[in-house]
Design a protein around this ligand. Structure first.
Ligand code: MF3
Ligand code: CO
Ligand code: CO
Length: 267
């Protein structure tokens, strides 16, 4: 499949889906406290999507070689890098958890994730969550026609590594539209001026996975989905879906509860 460029109608569809995905995270936010299980978070998300009239893109999602994904969202706790499957274990004070929501509205996909700190967390965990948010924005702020995907990856990698963290290589951002995962792949590392040139109408995610320790990851157990850091170090991730406009970018996955961009971003 090749890159799809969205027209005015597609952009409007993507705006609605993106906002709704973000509003699911808003809905969950007050509930993410010590004692809640990730399964309960999943149930709340399904409830919210039902009220919205959206469909979870992850429930039953089955790329080639994978078993069908069994939940309405992903919950990746502590050293889980991505694709954590909700379970019956309560979250405890000090945990960090990524909640990743993808909804479908009128055929259009919106994909976004945030980190949540459960009660009081360590200074190291707080720093990882904050700097991973900044790393995502280091990528987003560069988006405009004429730059290349390698410029985005380079900016994220340079920022993460200069802060002593590492960038996961095995998973990347992706084009998105009427499909969950479209071309192009959006790597969170790379070299300036390389790869695809950005053009207006492209929509893709930027979703860096940043590890406090080494970059290497492995599959956890045999559920076919859960990815963890090899060295068991903490991992964080934030995700937005963005549109390339004529002059820059528009973040499509914003809502009332979205954290504001960091001070270094002047859009
Ligand atoms: N939402 C994830 C992404 O950002 C993909 C999750 S696929 C799932 O691309 F099946 F694990 F849910
Ligand atoms: Co994504
Ligand atoms: Co996602």
């Amino acid at each position: 499949m090749s890159i799809t460029y969205k027209d005015a109608e597609g952009i409007q569809g993507m705006r609605v889906a993106g906002r709704l995905a973000s509003e699911v995270l808003d809905y969950l936010t007050p509930h993410i406290k010590p004692g809640i299980t990730t399964k309960e978070i999943d149930r709340l998300a399904a409830e919210c999507m039902k009220k919205q009239g959206t469909i979870s893109a992850t429930l039953g999602y089955q790329p080639a070689g994978y078993p069908p994904y069994p939940a309405s969202l992903c919950t990746s706790v502590n050293h889980v890098v991505c694709h954590g499957i909700p379970n019956d274990k309560p979250l405890k004070k000090g945990d960090i958890v990524n909640v990743d929501v993808t909804v479908i509205k009128d055929g259009w996909y919106g994909d976004t994730s945030r980190m949540f700190m459960v009660g009081e967390v360590s200074i190291a965990a707080k720093r990882l969550c904050a700097l991973t948010f900044d790393a995502m924005w280091q990528g987003i702020m560069r988006v405009r026609p004429g730059i290349h995907l390698g410029d985005i990856g380079f900016a994220i990698q340079k920022f993460a590594e200069s802060n002593g963290f590492s960038v996961v290589r095995e998973f990347c951002g992706h084009g998105i539209g009427r499909n969950f995962h479209e071309e192009p792949q959006v790597l969170h590392y790379g070299k300036p001026g390389t790869l695809e040139e950005l053009k207006p109408g492209m929509t893709f995610t930027i979703e860096p996975m940043i590890n406090a320790g080494r970059k290497d990851v492995k599959e956890f157990g045999s559920d076919g989905w859960t990815i963890v850091t090899k060295d068991h170090s903490l991992s964080a991730q934030w995700e937005h879906t963005v549109l390339v406009t004529e002059t820059g970018y528009e973040v499509l996955t914003l809502s009332a509860g979205s954290p504001p961009p960091p001070p270094f971003v002047n859009a």
